[in-house]
Design a protein around this ligand. Structure first.
Ligand code: PGA
Length: 215
């Protein structure tokens, strides 16, 4: 099974979101070996969940969740609110660590809350110094120098990092950073890489579809 996570980050308005889904659904063929996870901005989650709910292998993720369980935290989106809506949540993305000062302590709280509310986490780590928490569904290795730069990490580097983590065998291991049509097959070919976290190349549905092996 290979996972393809489309991380839209803080992009798209309502019309662009609908256009993306229309184009994606025109080109997408269900493949039992592939799971697509769409991670849009929060306001679009509910509509997208409604649109893809009959597709067995298309799931929806939040890009983040609050480290607070509930209460007076204006603007926060909690695991409790997301429960039953999304299957997955990304946590610890390097952009959250950089612009919102997230650290391992905050990330641990998010993972615990996600687990409590039955949301599977996709934990992003930048290198081996970021804690690879064990109670996460997936770990995505995303070296900062590869994100949005066109300098994707080599498969050897990705596997070297994976080895240093001594992951629990059930944890899925993803790579992210400048994945595009020209380099995607290198990663897909490796049995050690369970999937890809895709930013820039997920924004255009045609580009994104090119990354997914279709039957
Ligand atoms: P990129 O982003 O594909 O644009 O490099 C990946 C990510 O930050 O998740």
């Amino acid at each position: 099974m290979k996972y393809f996570v489309a991380n839209w980050k803080a992009n798209k308005n309502v019309n662009e979101m609908r256009h993306w889904l229309e184009e994606f659904l025109k080109g997408y063929r269900e493949n039992e070996d592939v799971i697509v996870i769409i991670a849009p901005p929060f306001p679009f989650l509910q509509e997208i969940v409604g649109i893809v709910k009959n597709l067995k292998n298309v799931k929806v993720a939040a890009q983040d969740l609050s480290s607070f369980e509930e209460g007076s935290y204006t603007g926060e989106v909690t695991a409790k609110s997301l429960r039953g809506l999304v299957d997955y949540a990304i946590v610890g993305h390097s952009e959250r660590r950089k612009y919102f000062n997230e650290n391992d302590e905050i990330i641990e709280k998010k993972i615990n809350l996600a687990n409590k509310y039955q949301i599977k986490t996709i934990l992003c780590i930048r290198n081996k110094d970021d804690k690879a928490f064990s109670d996460t569904e997936m770990i995505a290795y995303e070296p900062v120098e590869a994100i949005g730069t066109g300098n994707n990490a080599s498969v050897d580097d990705v596997l070297g990092l994976k080895k240093s983590l001594s992951l629990n065998p059930t944890t899925k291991f993803l790579y992210g950073g400048s994945v595009k049509a020209e380099n995607v097959s290198e990663y897909i070919r490796s049995d050690e890489i369970d999937g890809l976290l895709i930013g820039g190349a997920s924004l255009d549905p045609a580009d994104f579809l090119k990354l997914i092996p279709q039957l």
